[in-house]
Design a protein around this ligand. Structure first.
Ligand code: ADP
Length: 147
């Protein structure tokens, strides 16, 4: 049986923190689908095509990792992909409350998968896509933060 996990998000843009989580997830699952949400309430800075292209380039040649998009409920997408888990990253306590709510709400919609939380390397605990966008916008360098 192939164990598939979905790693959903906006990836606006993908950071080294996201990649760290994906590589950790690979130790637990046979296949990970990095799924970019088309229906996020956040209005993205990078277009969907750009975000997909960054992910595909960063993950090229990594076996067992796919990149896809989804719209509508994540729980429906999990069913369609026959996934057994959703991966989310936890950087700090500040992530916890939102992630906890989401995980339990998703479980209400579909009880046949688990949400698995992974913690990145300490180097990435302060890293977020929004900070990367802000630094870049203000002319700072983002080397070491994004692929
Ligand atoms: P969303 O809009 O769904 O929060 P993001 O692309 O911001 O999408 O994040 C996707 C997932 O990756 C979330 O679970 C988030 O907590 C996690 N994540 C984001 N940045 C990091 C990081 N630096 N280290 C670990 N996990 C992270």
């Amino acid at each position: 049986m192939i164990r598939t996990a979905i790693y959903p998000g906006s990836f606006d843009p993908v950071t080294n923190g996201h990649l760290d989580i994906i590589h950790r997830g690979k130790h637990l699952f046979d296949r990970i689908i990095v799924a970019v949400s088309k229906d996020s309430h956040k209005s993205p800075y990078f277009s969907l095509e750009e975000r997909l292209s960054f992910l595909r380039t960063a993950l090229k040649g990594t076996p067992g990792i796919g990149v896809d998009t989804f719209s509508g409920l994540l729980t429906n997408y999990v069913k369609i992909q026959k996934a057994c888990a959703v991966i989310r990253g936890l950087r700090a306590v500040s992530d916890f409350e939102y992630e906890f709510q989401m995980a339990l709400m998703n479980r209400r919609q579909n009880t046949r998968f688990e949400t698995v939380f992974l913690m990145p390397d300490e180097r990435y605990t302060y890293l977020s896509s929004s900070l990367v966008r802000e630094i870049s916008r203000l002319g700072g360098h983002v080397r070491g933060l994004v692929p």
